[in-house]
Design a protein around this ligand. Structure first.
Ligand code: AMP
Ligand code: MG
Length: 472
């Protein structure tokens, strides 16, 4: 059995200005921790022996047909422009076109230093690698656009953060790694030819029906509006919505300090570096608009200022808050079991959320339990819920099957922070059972999980995770 990856590498056919060709840096003793067979099949990859896959997904062996490279990009980090970022610890091996016709990047993350590493060591430690594996696959199972995890390898080397930690490499799969920041770097440098080339490439790869730069802006804005509404519907807080982490394909990318909220509050922030709460739960709806304004600014650099397109960019960005709002409303109506649209729906949702925030109600469990006795138990003062529920019950009279609608819209299980932390702790101690168990349960988030009830519970007081870290 030999690993076979049917590469077709379109990015490597772009001009040199887009990347630096280089190979991953080998590691001491690669050990395969996980290989995602379902994803491999979809991508047209035939698995090889475990030892061979460990070598390839650690970066020690370059598979036939790969054209390894690190991509150039820049971006706004917490609102400040950083003129050069790029893959500081990642190498793109190439792309495959899958059995579904989808083109996907295969990237090793944690594969060593590159010309874009700046002060970093180019490595990743086991914790963030397993976190990204579990959370990105959970997002996929929730039906939210996301990068995915093909493999995870332990390197047999240590990386040094505050302490010595086991090193690891994640094989990340994405519809592409094009970011708003990929456009920004050429726009900022006045490299208009590269910017045009990139725009054409992005349109062909992701939105073949889009007409020119403004068509691309419109398509990406729509995809991003949908994405952020989907995040909010499952209580996901990305944590670093910098423009370099904003995907042109509209996928969730870069699982650093991300977290799912336990008890609901709109201002929830977990990331230890987000001191101002720029990327707090409810701010995500505004920040995505800001990110699209940066995308528009970059795209415009290739246009004649007399071009009507410039006006169009303004119109698209100004329309975005409404777009996010309507996507949000669609998702939250479904969360209440509603399929028809009524005037008072938005106020009813807002009212429930306010009551939840004041009563520290668990976000996931409250929505999942609507219509059962368990919903009111989520509230410090259950009578606060009862007062709301009466109006909701009236409203659902007009619906065919609200219970089925809300079950399909409200997961029973999400990757809760304390379970992720416990899983990482166990893995560092050599026990991978919690990692595999989380993957298995989270692959069916809309089912009930009576045998894994512990994974659906909010954390006990002693288990609460208050801050998450980038882990870079
Ligand atoms: P991120 O926070 O993962 O989105 O990364 C932001 C930037 O820092 C990107 O250019 C990364 O490639 C770079 N980076 C993050 N971690 C490391 C590391 N350990 N070594 C080198 N570069 C890194
Ligand atoms: Mg990033």
């Amino acid at each position: 059995m030999t690993l076979m990856i049917p590469f077709d590498n379109s990015y490597a056919r772009l001009p040199d200005a887009f990347y630096t060709r280089l190979e991953p840096q080998p590691v001491a003793a690669p050990h395969l921790l996980a290989f995602n067979e379902d994803l491999a099949r979809l991508m047209g990859i035939s698995p090889g022996e475990v030892t061979e896959m460990a070598q390839v997904f650690a970066g020690n062996a370059i598979p036939e047909g790969a054209t390894p490279l690190s991509q150039l990009y820049s971006g706004h980090q917490f609102g400040n422009y950083n003129p050069q970022l790029g893959d500081g610890r990642a190498v793109l091996l190439g792309e495959t076109v899958g059995t579904d016709g989808g083109r996907r990047d295969i990237q090793l993350k944690g594969s060593g230093r590159t010309p874009y590493s700046r002060g970093g060591d180019g490595r990743a430690w086991l914790g963030p690698v397993l976190r990204e594996y579990v959370v990105s696959e959970a997002m996929h199972a929730l039906d939210i656009p996301t990068t995915r995890a093909l493999a995870a390898v332990e390197t047999g080397e240590q990386v040094y953060r505050e302490t010595a930690l086991p090193g690891a490499v994640l094989t990340r799969v994405a519809s592409s790694h094009l970011r708003v920041g990929t456009f920004q770097v050429f726009a900022a440098r006045g490299q208009t030819d590269s910017l045009k080339r990139l725009t054409d490439y992005a349109i062909k790869r992701h939105y073949p029906q889009a007409d020119g730069p403004m068509g691309l802006l419109r398509a990406v804005s729509e995809a991003q509006a949908r994405l952020i509404a989907q995040w909010m519907a499952v209580g996901f807080i990305h944590g670093v919505m910098n423009t370099d982490n904003c995907s042109i394909a509209g996928e969730t990318i870069d699982y650093g300090p991300c977290a799912f909220m336990d008890s609901y509050h709109p201002n929830t922030v977990y990331s230890s570096i987000d001191r101002m709460g720029r990327y707090a739960y409810s701010n995500q709806a505004d920040i995505v608009v800001w990110n699209m304004a940066q995308f528009a600014t970059a795209l415009i650099q290739q246009m004649d200022s007399r071009d009507a397109g410039v006006e169009e960019a303004t119109e698209i960005v100004h329309a975005m808050p409404g777009l996010v709002q309507s996507e949000w409303l669609t998702r939250f109506r479904a969360k209440l079991g509603l399929t028809q649209q009524e005037e008072g729906d938005q106020a009813m949702i807002a009212d429930l959320l306010t009551r939840m925030a004041e009563n520290q109600a668990d976000f996931i469990n409250t929505f999942r339990a609507l219509g059962t006795d368990k919903a009111r138990d989520q509230f410090l003062d259950p009578s606060v819920f009862d007062a709301w529920e009466a109006g909701w019950k009236d409203r659902t009279e007009k619906e065919d099957d609200p219970a089925a609608v809300l079950r399909a819209a409200n997961p029973s299980v999400i990757p809760r922070n304390h379970r992720i932390e416990q899983m990482i702790e166990a893995a560092v101690a050599g026990d991978y059972a919690p990692f595999h168990r989380l993957n298995a349960v989270l692959s069916r988030p809309y089912d009930d999980h009576p045998d894994d009830g512990d994974l659906t519970h909010p954390p006990a007081e002693s288990e609460v995770v208050r801050a998450t870290f980038c882990g870079t």
